[in-house]
Design a protein around this ligand. Structure first.
Ligand SMILES: *Cc1c(COP(=O)(O)O)cnc(C)c1O
Ligand SMILES: *[C@@H]1O[C@H](CO)[C@@H](O)[C@H](O)[C@H]1NC(C)=O
Ligand SMILES: *[C@@H]1O[C@H](CO)[C@@H](O)[C@H](O)[C@H]1NC(C)=O
Length: 451
């Protein structure tokens, strides 16, 4: 008994010596901006963490609907179809939310088509623009899915399978723009779409298979410069002028969304207006009223979800180093900071009253120094320290701006971390689980033992 008490006292002493002597808070400069929670409240986040555990993605139905409505209000001269670029986040609950609002689908793979159909979309509401036109696309075309040929070979394959029909063609209009080079998908350094100078080859293939091109598609990048996007729209119309059967022009997505206070969002009304005017001008010149399609992913989702995480550890590398906060989420849940140097707000839900504002480097839960949530802007691997309210072990930290390209862009199961669950905050304030946490059995289920 005495031994146990002594041991406890000893351990308590050790604990005090290791934790209390080090101040893990480097106070941030006075007046540092601390990002606030977006649609969650501290109470709601705590409730969700209690009910479902962390890490967990929480989507806001209200935000999804507001953004979808803004997209549906995109300026247009002769009609508009909004396609949800479903690769940005593909949960059926999100698909169904947008389906109800009248959005259609931009699929980036044949499997995404199947997923959208399973969620309730009709095949003719889906268009496919893919880098990998997998076998089996034919049966979807027969059911009504629209294909945009993204290479001359895709056009050839489509022509062989469906001679005498109509098809869309994705062009690379010669310019691109993205928030980073990794998200720029236009211009000579990009493999996406058919290079605009290959128009004669496109026309030859259309003729060879008696195809009519009734849709032209361009998408120049995610987080594109609005001015470049408008210029690409103009170049796209130049291509449309050379293809007399085109009645629908799809200008892709890429509309920039500010996640942190220092970034700027693209105003769809502002970028849309010159494009609407260009469509009117096109009608005057060519007598064709073109139907407009846009394909936002980021715009609909970026700020429509939060990731609730827990602080697992806090470590210091001394007076010449940093204070690191380790979350129970990282690469598998949110790789954008490491991949693009993307800036995501990190919001402490402090358990301690009157927390200080400290400068932290926040890292994820995989064994990689690159698993970083606070990179310098546009520099995936350079440590940036962030002013945040002081954290204690076990506190919640909410990562904001995780709706697009987070849950769907997972390095799933790296370090054997189980895939995180997803939930939806409904408009009545209730929370619905929309994907359960992966189980240990599911992690292993496709492994086959050696004979
Ligand atoms: C990814 C993608 C989009 C959506 O881009 P965002 O930047 O998320 O708006 C739209 N169209 C195509 C063809 C895409 O590949
Ligand atoms: C993108 O690539 C171009 C050409 O390769 C290069 O000049 C430019 O600096 C790069 N931009 C960024 C932000 O990395
Ligand atoms: C592109 O813009 C230029 C100048 O702004 C204009 O003269 C031209 O008609 C536009 N092209 C198309 C196809 O709309």
């Amino acid at each position: 008994m005495l031994g146990r008490v002594l041991l406890l006292l000893f351990l308590f002493g050790l604990h005090r010596a290791s934790a209390a002597d080090i101040d893990y808070c480097t106070p941030a400069p006075v007046g540092s901006y601390v990002e606030p929670l977006r649609f969650l409240t501290a109470e709601k986040a705590q409730y969700i963490a209690q009910a479902f555990g962390t890490p967990i993605y929480v989507y806001s139905m209200d935000k999804l609907q507001t953004q979808a409505q803004a997209a549906l209000n995109f300026p247009n001269a002769y009609g508009l179809t909004v396609r949800f670029a479903m690769k940005s986040s593909s949960n059926a609950a999100i698909l169904q939310t947008f389906h109800k609002m009248g959005l259609n689908i931009d699929a980036s793979s044949v499997t995404e088509i199947a997923r959208a159909v399973r969620a309730g979309f009709a095949p003719d509401q889906i268009s496919l623009s893919t880098q990998d036109l997998a076998d089996g696309f034919e049966e979807w075309v027969e059911k009504g899915v629209k294909i945009n040929a993204c290479s001359l070979d895709q056009l050839e394959r489509y022509g062989r399978a469906f001679p005498g029909t109509s098809i869309g063609v994705r062009f690379n209009p010669g310019i691109g723009s993205g928030g980073t080079n990794k998200t720029n998908v236009g211009g000579p350094a990009s493999s996406f779409g058919i290079w605009y100078e290959w128009m004669p080859q496109v026309k030859a293939l259309l003729a060879k298979y008696s195809l009519t091109c009734n849709r032209v598609h361009t998408h120049i990048g995610s987080g594109s410069d609005p001015a470049v996007w408008v210029r690409a729209a103009n170049l796209t119309l130049g291509l449309v002028a050379q293809l007399p059967d085109v009645s629908t022009v799809n200008l892709g997505g890429g509309y920039k969304v500010a996640r942190v206070a220092t970034e700027h969002s693209t105003d769809l009304q502002v970028v849309g207006k010159p494009v609407r005017d260009a469509f009117v001008e096109f009608y005057r010149n060519y007598g064709r009223m073109l139907h407009l399609e846009i394909e936002p992913g980021t715009f609909l989702l970026a700020n429509s979800a939060s990731l609730i995480t827990s602080v697992r550890d806090i470590v210091s590398t001394g007076s010449t180093g940093y204070n690191f906060v380790k979350l129970n989420a990282g690469y598998p849940e949110i790789i954008r900071p490491s991949l693009y140097g993307a800036q995501h707000p990190l919001v402490t839900i402090p358990s301690k009253p009157n927390p200080r504002v400290c400068s932290y480097v926040v890292v994820g839960h995989t064994c990689e120094s690159g698993d970083l949530l606070t990179p310098l802007p546009n520099e995936g691997s350079a440590l940036g320290a962030r002013p945040m309210q002081e954290v204690q072990l076990g506190d919640l930290v909410v990562v904001e701006g995780v709706g697009a390209y987070c849950a769907s862009m997972s390095t799933i199961n790296y370090n054997s971390h189980l895939q995180a669950p997803e939930a939806m905050l409904l408009t009545d304030g209730k929370v619905a689980l929309i994907r359960k946490k992966q189980t240990f059995e599911q992690l292993l289920q496709n492994e086959v033992p050696l004979p």
